[in-house]
Design a protein around this ligand. Structure first.
Ligand SMILES: NC(=O)c1ccc[n+]([C@@H]2O[C@H](COP(=O)([O-])OP(=O)(O)OC[C@H]3O[C@@H](n4cnc5c(N)ncnc54)[C@H](O)[C@@H]3O)[C@@H](O)[C@H]2O)c1
Ligand SMILES: N[C@@H](CCO)C(=O)O
Ligand code: NA
Length: 430
C-alpha cells in the first residue's frame, strides 16, 4: 500500500461531520479503491465540544482553520465552512500556496473566485475539487468534465436547489405556509447558513455559474446570472399550474449562443409530462444536452449530510488515485471570457396571473395592451364569477420577447381594474 492520504477538515457541521462518518464507515472500501488509506489528521470548527456523533480524539485540533494549511501532516485541505470570502477563501488560498490540494462544498466561493483559485492551483500542480458544491450527491461535475467530455454542449439545466424544491413540493402537496416549510428544510440540514440564499435563487445561481464554466470552458461569471427566487410563487399559482398541466420548479438554465452565454435562474412552469417535473422534495436533477450523446439526465439528492459527504469523499478518492484533470473542463489559463446575454432579449412563453375586479370590459382592456406590445395570447382563465369583487385571472402567452412581455405587464398593471402587481412565471418547453 502507498502512503496514506492525509486530510484536514475545516468545518464540522452537517457536511463536515458527514465526511468523517463516510470515511469511518467505508474505510476498507476507500483503501481498496485507492490503494492507500484516506485518513483525517486535523480538524477545525467553532465549537470543539459539540456532540456531532463522531469522535475527534485522534485528530489534531486547530482553533484557526487557516493554520491547518501549514501542517506538514496534511496533503488535502477540505473546506466545509462556507462563505465566498473571509476564512474559507483565506484557507483555500493558503493551502494552494503551500502545495496542498483543496476539496470544497462551497459553491459561493467557487462562483466568486473559481477562476482565480483554478489558476493558482494549476500553476502549483494541485487540484481544487468541488463536486459537492453543485447538486450535492449527483456527480454532475465529473459527468460534464470527464464522462461527457467528447461532446459540445448547447444547454445544461436543472433543479439545483434542494431547499426550494422541497418547499415547492410541500407547498403543492400540503398547502402549508412558506415559513413553516422553510424552517423544516433548515432542521433537515438542507438550507444555507443564510436561507435567503436558497429562496432568492442565489445558491442556485452560484451552482449555475459553475456549471456554465464546466460545460462551456469559460471563466466563472456569477454576476452574469439573471436570478429570481421563489418568494412570489403563491399557492394560487401552484394550483393554476396544476390545472394547466404544469409544475412550478426553480430551474437554473445555461445555454451558449455564438459568443455569449445566457445564464438564468427563476421559477419555471414545466409540463407534467417532462421527467424534470417529477423530481420532487430535496432531489435535484440536471439535464445535459450534448451534440453526440443527446440528452443525459442525472437525478439524486441535492443536499443533506450523506449525499453531500458522498460527493466530498468522491473527490478525495480522485486525489488519492492521483487523477489529474483541469479544475473546469479546460486548463484555467485557457478559459474563454464569454459575455452573458441579457434576459431582455430572451424569447419564451409566459404565464401571467392578475387579480382583477370582475366587471365587463376587463378582458378587452387586457387584450388591448397585449396587442399594443405585439404579444399573442394562448389561453385566458377566470375561475370564479364574483361581480364587482376581486378574482384571479390567468393568461398564457405565446412565444414573445421578454422585453415586450415586461412592457405589456407594466401596461396591464396600470389598468384600473387590475388591483395587484401582475405575477409572471416563464413557461419552459423542454
Ligand atoms: N448542508 C448541505 O446540504 C450542503 C450541501 C452542499 C454544499 N454545502 C456547503 O457546505 C458548506 C458547509 O455547509 P454545512 O451545511 O455543513 O454548514 P454548517 O453550518 O452545518 O457547518 C459549518 C461549520 O463551519 C464551522 N465554522 C464556521 N466558521 C468557522 C470559523 N471561523 N473557523 C472554524 N470553523 C468555522 C462551524 O463551526 C460548523 O462546524 C457550505 O459551503 C455549504 O454551502 C452544504
Ligand atoms: N442549500 C443548498 C444545499 C446544497 O447545495 C440546497 O438546498 O440545495
Ligand atoms: Na455534485
Amino acid at each position: 500500500m502507498d502512503k496514506p492520504l492525509k486530510i484536514a477538515i475545516a468545518g464540522l457541521g452537517t457536511v463536515g461531520a458527514g465526511v468523517i462518518k463516510v470515511l469511518n464507515d467505508n474505510k476498507d472500501l476507500m483503501s481498496a479503491r485507492c490503494g492507500r488509506s484516506v485518513e483525517v489528521t486535523a480538524v477545525s470548527a467553532r465549537d470543539r465540544n459539540r456532540d456531532r456523533g463522531v469522535s475527534l480524539d485522534s485528530f489534531t485540533w486547530y482553533d484557526n482553520p487557516v493554520d491547518m494549511a501549514s501542517d506538514d501532516n496534511v496533503d488535502v485541505v477540505v473546506e466545509l465552512i462556507g462563505g465566498s470570502d473571509g476564512i474559507a477563501k483565506a484557507l483555500c488560498e493558503k493551502a494552494i500556496e503551500n502545495g496542498k490540494h483543496v476539496v470544497t462544498a462551497n459553491k459561493a466561493l467557487i462562483a466568486h473566485h473559481g477562476t482565480a483559485l483554478a489558476k493558482a492551483a494549476e500553476a502549483k500542480g494541485v487540484n481544487v475539487m468541488y463536486e459537492a458544491a453543485v447538486a450535492g450527491g449527483i456527480p454532475i461535475i465529473k459527468a460534464l468534465r470527464e464522462g461527457l467530455a467528447g461532446n459540445g454542449f448547447s444547454r445544461v439545466y436543472g433543479i439545483l436547489n434542494g431547499t426550494c424544491n422541497y418547499m415547492l413540493t410541500n407547498m403543492r402537496e400540503t398547502g402549508r405556509d412558506f415559513d413553516v416549510i422553510l424552517s423544516e428544510a433548515q432542521d433537515l440540514g438542507y438550507a444555507e447558513a443564510d436561507p435567503t440564499f436558497d429562496v432568492d435563487g442565489i445558491d442556485a445561481a452560484h451552482k449555475l455559474a459553475i456549471l456554465t464554466s464546466v460545460a462551456f470552458g469559460c471563466e466563472v461569471d456569477f454576476d452574469g446570472v439573471q436570478t429570481e427566487g421563489i418568494r412570489h410563487v403563491s399557492p394560487i399559482d401552484i394550483e393554476f399550474a396544476e390545472e394547466l398541466g404544469y409544475r412550478i420548479k426553480l430551474l437554473g438554465i445555461t445555454s451558449r449562443q455564438n459568443g455569449t452565454v445566457e445564464q438564468r435562474v427563476h421559477p419555471c412552469m414545466v409540463s407534467k409530462e417532462t421527467p424534470i417535473s417529477q423530481v420532487e422534495d430535496v432531489f435535484n436533477a440536471v439535464v445535459c444536452e450534448g451534440n453526440f450523446v443527446d440528452k443525459v439526465v442525472l437525478q439524486g439528492r441535492g443536499a443533506g449530510e450523506g449525499p453531500t459527504a458522498s460527493a466530498v469523499v468522491g473527490d478525495l478518492v480522485d486525489i488519492a488515485r492521483s487523477l489529474s484533470v483541469p479544475t473546469f473542463s479546460v486548463a484555467a489559463d485557457k478559459l474563454e471570457k464569454l459575455s452573458s446575454a441579457s434576459l431582455a432579449r430572451h424569447k419564451g412563453s409566459y404565464y401571467v396571473r392578475l387579480m382583477v375586479v370582475d366587471k365587463p370590459g376587463v378582458f378587452a382592456d387586457i387584450a388591448g395592451v397585449l396587442k399594443e406590445h405585439n404579444v399573442s395570447m394562448e389561453t385566458i382563465v377566470q375561475r370564479n364569477r364574483a361581480p364587482g369583487e376581486t378574482v384571479p385571472l390567468v393568461l398564457t402567452l405565446h412565444e414573445t420577447s421578454e422585453d415586450s412581455m415586461l412592457k405589456a405587464l407594466d401596461g396591464i398593471g396600470a389598468l384600473d381594474s387590475v388591483v395587484e402587481t401582475p405575477r409572471m412565471i416563464r413557461i419552459e418547453d423542454f
